[in-house]
Design a protein around this ligand. Structure first.
Ligand code: FAD
Length: 399
């Protein structure tokens, strides 16, 4: 067993860190305050090869594996701890991989190069107002009408709605195609949103990740070409679960990246800040927290890279069953956001009143990481349900 990254991975991390420190970190406050990732940041990320990183070279991507994608996610979140930039990057990396795997050649040729160039946004639209956790209950329908597919319904709490409406782009969208078949009656399609007749969008006010929007998509008799069907008809539930398994280790990597950066700055602060005649770092109460936070973060990090590595092994060497992947991925997504939240909260408190200011720059990390506790890419209880279903067996699943 070897826990070290390869020389190539270390070099990649170094170059991404340099890029992020130069191009993203100086804009991090602006991204949070203005509520937008500047276009030049996205262009720079695209030029560096970060956008749609898992998409193959023939469509302009790097064809990166998930460990590489996780390294980049961690670094991007270190530079912008609000998580906005990491979210923009990771949904494209996770769901771009899925389109490449199951989408039609025509759709891939048409859609993926613009994603990797940073011209259009690509996201996931699964959640509906009636609830996000129960994916099988999706009620947005898609029907075949001649050569077209016609979609009706709505999606809500969807990341990147403003970006996709502004720049162009669209969503890997979960739709019901055979209502009588429950989860076996779902399909996956690509739904464009910019200037599409029948599409209206609105953007929500949210508590964090200000640089990337969250909003709703209302879909009325929207026609898409048949080559936008992703994979086989009525197999969408399985593809969606696979897509979540690809995106979740990256979500977890973003959380640990933001928390690592916070912890490093917290340690520096503890060494500098003098109270009762000595640096805060000299107090055992503080030292114990530093040690606990480090150990918790390191354990979350191990879960993240184990899950990413297992995905790579599955895709390249046919190793590990879906059961094993499900447990590893859900464990990483269950632990990393909560640990990251706790670590950033501790660091914020070490800063005393200064921690309560925007200037300290820590609260935006707390707000960003919280999105992944609330539910983005799957709520925490759903991760527990996935793990327990694999441990106890389907006979003991609650439904
Ligand atoms: C910032 C943000 C961005 C998002 N971006 C996207 C996006 O891009 N695309 C997208 O499709 N969705 C997105 N979502 C939605 C996200 O996927 C959902 O929030 C998530 O799936 C949970 O659904 P829900 O919010 O409807 O909560 P519900 O499903 O109503 O669940 C509410 C609570 O009940 C718990 N719960 C649910 N079922 C069970 C159960 N069986 N047992 C025990 N507890 C349970 C959940 O853990 C949760 O705490 C985003 C959410 C946020 C906060």
């Amino acid at each position: 067993m070897d826990f070290s990254f390869t020389e190539e991975q270390e070099l990649f991390r170094k170059s991404v860190r340099e890029f992020c420190e130069k191009k993203i970190a100086p804009k991090a406050n602006e991204i949070d305050e203005k509520g937008e990732i500047p276009q030049e940041v996205l262009e720079d990320m695209a030029s560096f090869g970060l956008l749609g990183i898992t998409i193959p070279q023939e469509y302009g991507g790097s064809g990166a594996d998930f460990v590489t994608a996780a390294i980049a996610t961690e670094e991007i979140a270190r530079a912008d701890i609000s998580m906005a930039t990491a979210v923009y990057y990771l949904v494209e990396a996770g769901w771009g991989f899925l389109i490449n795997r199951y989408g039609s050649k025509k759709a891939k040729e048409e859609l993926l190069p613009d994603v990797t160039k940073g011209k259009t946004f690509l996201g996931i639209a699964s959640t509906e107002a009636a609830g996000g956790s129960d994916v099988a209950a999706v009620s947005t329908t898609m029907a075949k009408e001649g050569e077209k597919l016609v979609i009706n319904g709505s999606k809500t709490f969807i990341s990147g709605v403003r970006e996709a409406t502004k720049y162009g782009g669209g969503y890997v969208t979960v739709v019901k195609t055979s209502p009588e078949l429950a989860h076996k009656g779902l399909s996956l399609c690509y739904l464009p949103v910019k200037d599409v007749p029948g599409i209206t969008t609105n953007v929500f006010k949210q508590m964090g990740r200000e640089g990337i929007s969250t909003g709703a998509i209302i879909i009325k008799n929207v026609e898409i070409p048949s080559h936008y069907l992703i994979g086989d008809w009525n197999k969408g539930f399985y593809y969606a679960m696979e897509g979540f398994n690809c995106a979740r280790p990256l979500v977890a990597a973003a959380c640990i990246g933001a928390a690592e950066k916070a912890l490093e700055s917290g340690i520096e602060y503890l060494k500098e800040r003098r109270v009762f005649g000595s640096p805060l770092a000299k107090f055992e109460g503080m030292q114990f927290q530093v040690a606990e936070d480090y150990a918790k973060l390191e354990s979350a990090r191990l879960l993240v890279y184990k899950a990413a590595w297992m995905l790579d092994q599955m895709y390249t060497k046919n190793r590990f069953s879906h059961k094993e992947i499900n447990k590893a991925v859900a464990s990483a997504k269950l632990i990393a956001p909560t640990v990251a939240f706790d670590v950033i909260k501790d660091v914020l408190i070490w800063h005393g009143a200064y921690g309560y200011t925007k200037e300290a720059g820590l609260e935006k990390g707390l707000r960003g990481v919280a999105s992944y506790i609330m539910g983005a890419e799957g709520a925490q209880n759903i991760m527990k349900l996935i793990i327990s279903r694999e441990l106890l067996g389907k006979d003991f699943a609650p439904y």
